[in-house]
Ligand binder design. Structure first.
Ligand code: PSV
Ligand code: MN
Length: 399
């Protein structure tokens, strides 16, 4: 194997990315939903689709779940786990939902009402227990909490309520569980979000306890924010717990990873490879997850496109000549240092990735293999009939 092939093989061997259950179902914007006949109707469909993505890419062994959407009947948890196994995947991160119930109008654990805070905290603790039952290690917290108008509530009191609730949640964790704290600058709160940025998430995670870390959703930043700098700082503090990957042009657009700015994702991966290179090739444990809504694209195709793009950018970033880079940095050779990144980014890694796929008996082109399998048409026919039987909206004929 050439040295490029070795580097890429090694990088892809340890890279996996979790797909989100909600990325297989019909989603839309607040203006409406365009239904797809092949979209998953229930959790069994979502796991089947996730299994198809993993079968073809070999790099998505786990599925992120959103508790209220995926476990409507908590007595059937073991059935969901069995369905995951049957489809060759396992249940990954557990996402509590403390944003859609009416009680949460003024927030969940930040709510002025003690009863509502207790209800939200209990749900999070139940999700931690669910994680134990499913042998899933990550409980991923995102809060819609915040206020819409100046003066609506005390920002400091809300901070204290969060500190209290996260400490309580942390005390519920088993030793092998991790609590991921996600931040977002706005939406649905439009004046002040309780965990608005990585600094607030970092402080709350630190207050919660040693098993709490920060989750970086790439769509949750103001435009032009330097995300790789946040990643570098969190790595250095051993506080980078995971990612929710997606791309965006304006806000939290949830577009396909790398569709708008692939170089940014490359720079994030570069920071991780650089950090590991300085530690003799030892990588920190990071939960790589996708958090996208494929409102218009066919969902499984979009997921495969995302996964293969992530692999490509991760592979490219592993090619940076770190030895040369640090020499250029030390000498103040700005152009040469920058070119170390550019050269890696511009390298054609497709043959090396195909060689890796070949070594794992995977199709050279997962997207084409998915199209050739006719999976989409088969499930579209079956799910359309099931929608009719269940009296659900069959929507447009967009496939
Ligand atoms: C919120 O925008 C978010 O990024 C959170 O991670 C949620 O869990 C996810 O999207 C799905 O609503
Ligand atoms: Mn997210």
């Amino acid at each position: 194997m050439s040295s490029i092939n070795v580097l890429i093989h090694n990088a892809l061997e340890h890279f996996s990315i979790e797909t989100p259950s909600w990325g297989y179902a019909d989603t839309g914007t607040r203006f409406g939903k365009f239904h797809q006949p092949a979209a998953a109707i229930d959790m069994a469909d979502k796991l089947a689709d996730a299994g198809q993505v993993h079968r073809l890419t070999g790099c998505c062994p786990s599925v992120a779940t959103h508790v209220l959407w995926d476990f409507p009947d908590m007595s059937k948890v073991s059935e969901v786990a069995a369905a995951a196994t049957a489809n060759g995947v396992r249940i990954g991160s557990i996402n509590p939902n403390v944003f859609q119930d009416q009680e949460y109008k003024l927030g969940s654990v930040g709510n002025p009402s003690e009863a509502t805070r207790a209800q939200a905290t209990k749900h999070i603790c139940d999700c931690i227990d669910l994680g134990k039952e499913l042998h899933s290690h990550a409980v991923s917290l995102w809060f819609a909490d915040g206020t819409n108008y100046p003066g609506q509530d005390s920002i400091r009191a809300r901070k204290h309520r969060f500190e209290y609730a996260l400490r309580e949640a942390h005390s519920r964790l088993d030793a092998d569980q991790v609590l991921l704290v996600e931040y977002k600058p706005f939406e649905p709160a439009f004046y002040q979000t309780d965990i608005a940025d990585w600094g607030m998430a970092y402080m709350l995670a630190k207050t919660a306890g040693p098993q709490a870390k920060v989750l970086v959703d790439t769509g949750h930043h103001y435009l032009s924010q330097n995300i790789e700098q946040i990643v570098a700082w969190l790595l250095d503090e051993n506080m980078l717990g995971g990612f929710h990957f997606n791309d965006r042009r304006y806000a939290d657009d949830d577009l396909t990873l790398g569709s708008i700015d692939p170089y940014q994702i490359f720079r994030i991966f570069f920071e991780i490879h650089f950090y590991a290179w300085e530690r003799g090739g030892v990588y920190p444990h990071i939960e790589y997850m996708i958090d996208q809504s494929h409102n218009l694209k066919p969902k499984i195709e979009a997921m495969i496109q995302t996964v293969t793009t992530a692999q490509e950018l991760y592979a490219k970033a592993s090619l940076v000549d770190f030895e040369a880079l640090i020499a250029h940095q030390a000498a103040g050779c700005i152009i040469d240092a920058e070119m170390c990144l550019k050269k890696a980014f511009n390298t054609d890694v497709s043959a090396a990735i195909q060689a890796w796929r070949h070594s794992h008996d995977l199709p050279a082109d997962p997207l084409q293999a998915h199209r050739d399998s006719n999976y989409e048409a088969i499930v579209a026919a079956e799910r359309t009939q099931r929608r009719i039987d269940l009296g659900l909206n069959t929507g447009s004929s967009y496939a």
